[in-house]
Design a protein around this ligand. Structure first.
Ligand code: ZN
Length: 291
């Protein structure tokens, strides 16, 4: 297992972590500058932030700072109520793949979606099996485009508390079942983004990480699970402030040969109130001490 205590070469910042500073929106170019100024070598940007700043401008700034990407967030949200909706989702995902290619991202992270309308407060239907079929079909179609573009797709299983609205894939085992079905040859075009926040509790975690192997482990996301957690989406903890044994999970992942970035991804109403420089400095410190 790699020793992170002396430097932060393998730290990546998911840019949602500092999407706000002192409660105000922080534009992506400013985030990239702040990361580069601290010797942070990699980021994982969000589509909305990229769109707000302009794709070519962001690509240019990433290159100017010699930043690497650890992923691109995000594609997915495949389910819909009708054929038009399914097609619109697929078209949007193809654009996400193209953006990821332009940014030279090593993978497009997929938050696959679940019951259509649930995120807006009213699910159009309650058959989660239908949503899962739509997700499988959507990924199967997108995979062709992603292969041509050279952008691997990383399915991110989400904690079961999001099963109704954000993702009907809630365990690593389920995500890997889908990978095996759609990419039985383990070509490298389809894998998983493993986020400790979503999977730390899973009794099969170690076993399923071993099943995933190096070919399927495309991204590794860290933060912490706070007790109590007061908001289902935006109360993630800074590494070391919660109950996740991050080094143990990283050890399992690296035992498979994963040698990529450890990406800090914290959505937090608390940390977004702080100054982004302070947050980034603490991310570096905790990356070295508790990741
Ligand atoms: Zn994540």
């Amino acid at each position: 297992m790699r020793d992170f205590s002396a430097d932060h070469r393998w730290l990546s910042i998911n840019t949602a972590t500092v999407r706000k500073s002192l409660g105000k929106d922080l534009p992506l170019p400013a985030i990239l500058d702040a990361c580069a100024a601290r010797g942070i070598r990699a980021v994982s940007p969000w589509r909305d932030q990229v769109q707000a700043a302009g794709l070519s401008k962001v690509a240019q700034r990433v290159r100017a700072h010699s930043l690497e990407l650890s992923g691109y967030c995000r594609g997915g949200m495949f389910p819909a109520t009708d054929a038009g909706g399914l097609q619109a989702a697929l078209d949007d995902n193809r654009r996400a793949v193209d953006e990821a290619a332009e940014l030279k991202a090593p993978c497009l992270v997929l938050v696959v979606g679940s019951l259509p309308g649930a995120l807006q407060g009213k699910a159009a239907f309650n058959d989660i099996a239908v949503a899962r079929t739509q997700v499988r079909d959507g990924i199967a179609e997108l995979l062709e485009h992603a292969r041509k573009a050279g952008v691997p797709l990383a399915i991110e299983p989400l904690h079961p508390m999001y099963a109704a609205d954000r993702s009907c894939i809630n365990t690593l085992e389920h995500a890997l079942d889908l990978c095996d079905e759609l990419d039985p040859g383990r070509s490298g075009a389809l894998g998983v983004a493993l986020d400790v926040y979503h999977v730390w509790w899973d009794p099969k975690l170690e076993q399923q990480i071993a099943r995933a192997g190096k070919e399927r482990l495309l991204a590794f996301h860290v933060c912490d699970w706070l007790t109590p957690t007061t908001d289902m989406l935006n109360d993630r903890g800074m590494m070391g402030d919660g109950v996740i044994d991050i080094p143990r999970i990283r050890g399992w992942v690296e035992a498979q040969g994963f040698a990529g970035h450890s990406e800090v991804e914290i959505f937090s109403n608390r940390w977004w109130q702080r100054d982004h420089g302070t947050v980034l400095d603490l991310c570096i410190e905790r990356h070295r001490s508790v990741v």
